[in-house]
Design a protein around this ligand. Structure first.
Ligand code: F6P
Length: 545
């Protein structure tokens, strides 16, 4: 079982994997048309429902045998043991020697989760209570700025997991947000990001949340210093920092070095990965926007999905099924990407959020024991909210040469009932799934009176797989469930691939090289580079004058 650096039985040697390999040869050309024709109940049978989330996975290129083998692979991969190891606080992030306990962030009071013999749940709730008290003060106007004005604007400064979760959650839950406050998010070190976010704001009414697990990230610290200058330029007094800056971090020493009183710091722990942190204090902007009660509902939603993942048999386990299907396409069909297509405008940042969650987690090329993998790991995630994508990249999904499994996400009820908009929106979800799976044969195209020469262009081969996730309404609870669904699907995939889904060494090299180059751009040092990089730096220096 792969929770340590001990060499596990290689994935490709597992009997489930070998059986899937030969099964793939038999099934690879079977069309969804015949799978559906042979089983009138397939669309009802190949579904699973839990915690209010309905997953139709019938439009996947699988048979009962495929499922059986995928589930066998999950068992043989030690997925059960790995889930138990995560929930019990074992240090499964082996390259950083850390526990992986985002599930503790949403554990109800009274639950016990031990890290190094210490129950972490009381600390989680202490931070949540402090966040709630602060959020109530800001939202009610009891917390004022340095000049006594009410805080109307909140700007979260952070990047990666300290930005994508907060932005996504703010957009997703905008319907529940305090509309008389402005929420903005600055992440990019490109000064335009900060300039545009603050262009129409008054520093007297603006609160900055500096969100950084390490409090050393170049982009965030640069933006934080710029924010301090921007504030102090108007407010004039260093003391103003205490009223206009709070920090979310695990690094108290750096927070006070920056000048933020650690009384205004909301902490979290090294067992929370950046991309798994939106429900920690990193979610402070979310809580300020939607209020503590809604934030706790979000956490309750996460927890419901955690419990489902932890306890449900794999054959009915939503994240496990989704994770296994992803492995099936990634490793046997050689699919390179997955498209996530939420038919819900409020989820417009969900694909971007999932890109970090999935690709930073499973973009790995060695196993836990350090061997180069002999199979493909994490696919590329991408997507846009429907129906916009239909008028852009769906052409390639329907008629291109690449296999792109799609996840459609739709809701029974809209939060903004407007005429027949919602029916039109949802008709498109169902139509896309149907068109991708079943396509249009040359015979059907001809029967429409299409001239022979045009027929090939108008044929839809079909057999393009998709999942459809249907939920009643987008609420804070549901958002928590959806995010946890993908978190645990990523976990499932990582467990099968025997990789460490919780480190991110791949971002380091670029950071280090950039530091060296900065000193050159500032004329403080000269370094040797390859001829391309050297010439680009020289040209840039000329251009900037
Ligand atoms: O991109 C690397 C990374 O470490 C992410 O994992 C993380 O979410 C992001 O940088 C931000 O890090 P921090 O919260 O420490 O500023």
């Amino acid at each position: 079982m792969a929770t340590t650096t001990e060499k596990a039985v290689p994935l490709t040697q597992l009997s489930g994997w070998k059986a899937l390999d030969s099964h793939y040869q038999k099934i690879k050309d079977v069309h969804l048309r015949s799978l559906f024709a042979d089983d009138a109940k397939r669309g009802e049978r190949l579904t699973a429902e839990a915690v209010g989330i309905y997953l139709d996975y019938s439009k996947n290129r699988i048979t009962d045998e495929t499922l059986k083998l995928l589930l066998q692979l999950a068992e043989e991969s030690g997925l059960r043991e790995r889930i138990d190891a995560m929930f019990s606080g074992e240090k499964i992030n082996i390259t950083e020697n850390r526990a992986v306990l985002h599930v503790a962030l949403r554990a109800p009071k009274g639950e016990k989760i031990l890290v190094d013999g210490k129950d972490v749940v009381p600390e989680v709730h202490a931070v949540l209570d402090a966040m709630s008290a602060f959020a109530d003060r800001v939202r009610s106007g009891a917390w004022t700025g340095h000049t006594g004005k009410r805080i109307k604007n909140v700007i979260n400064i952070g990047i990666g997991g300290s930005d994508l979760g907060p932005v996504m959650a703010y957009e997703a839950l905008k319907h529940y947000s305090k509309r008389d406050m402005v929420f903005r998010f600055v992440s990019n070190v490109d000064g335009t990001d900060f300039a545009e976010a603050t262009v129409d704001l008054d520093p007297e009414e603006t609160l900055f949340i500096i969100s950084s697990k390490t409090f050393t990230t170049l982009e965030t610290m640069t933006n934080a210093h710029t924010a301090r200058e921007w504030s102090l330029k108007k407010l004039g007094d260093e003391k103003a920092v205490a009223k206009h800056f709070v920090a979310v971090s695990t690094n108290a020493a750096e927070v006070s070095k920056f000048g933020i009183d650690t009384a205004n710091m909301f902490g979290f722990w090294d067992w929370v990965g950046g991309r798994y942190s939106m429900d920690s204090a990193i979610g402070l902007s979310t809580m300020l926007a939607v209020g503590p009660d809604n934030f706790r509902k979000l956490l309750a939603g996460f927890h419901d999905m955690d419990e489902h993942f932890r306890t449900a048999p794999f054959a009915k386990n939503l994240p496990v099924l989704m994770g296994l299907l992803s492995v099936w396409y990634n490793d046997f069909f050689d699919a390179q990407t997955v498209a996530v297509l939420p038919y819900e405008q409020y989820l417009k940042r969900f694909p971007a959020y999932l890109q970090q969650l999935t690709m930073e987690s499973n973009g790995k090329h060695v196993t836990l024991s350090g061997e180069h993998v002999e199979y493909e790991t994490g696919p590329i995630f991408w997507g846009e909210p429907g129906t916009n994508g239909q008028h852009s990249f769906y052409q390639l999904i329907h008629q291109g040469t690449k296999l792109i499994p799609c996840d459609f996400i739709g809701f029974g009820k809209t939060l903004n009932p407007l005429g027949d908009h919602h029916d039109l929106l949802m008709a498109n979800v169902f139509a896309q799934g149907e068109a991708l799976a079943f396509g249009k044969t040359p015979e059907q195209v001809k029967a429409e009176g299409t001239p022979d020469w045009l027929v090939p262009h108008r044929v839809f081969e079909g057999n393009r797989p998709s999942n459809t996730i249907l939920v009643e309404t987008l609420t804070p609870e549901v958002l928590g469930k959806l995010v946890a669904l993908y978190e645990h699907s990523v976990f499932t995939q990582g467990a099968i691939w025997q990789i460490d889904s919780f480190d991110q060494w791949g971002v380091e090299l670029g950071k280090v090289l950039a530091k060296t180059i900065i000193s050159e751009l500032e004329g403080k040092a000269e370094h040797k580079h390859d001829s391309s990089t050297g010439a680009l730096i020289a040209r840039y220096k000329k251009l900037k004058g």
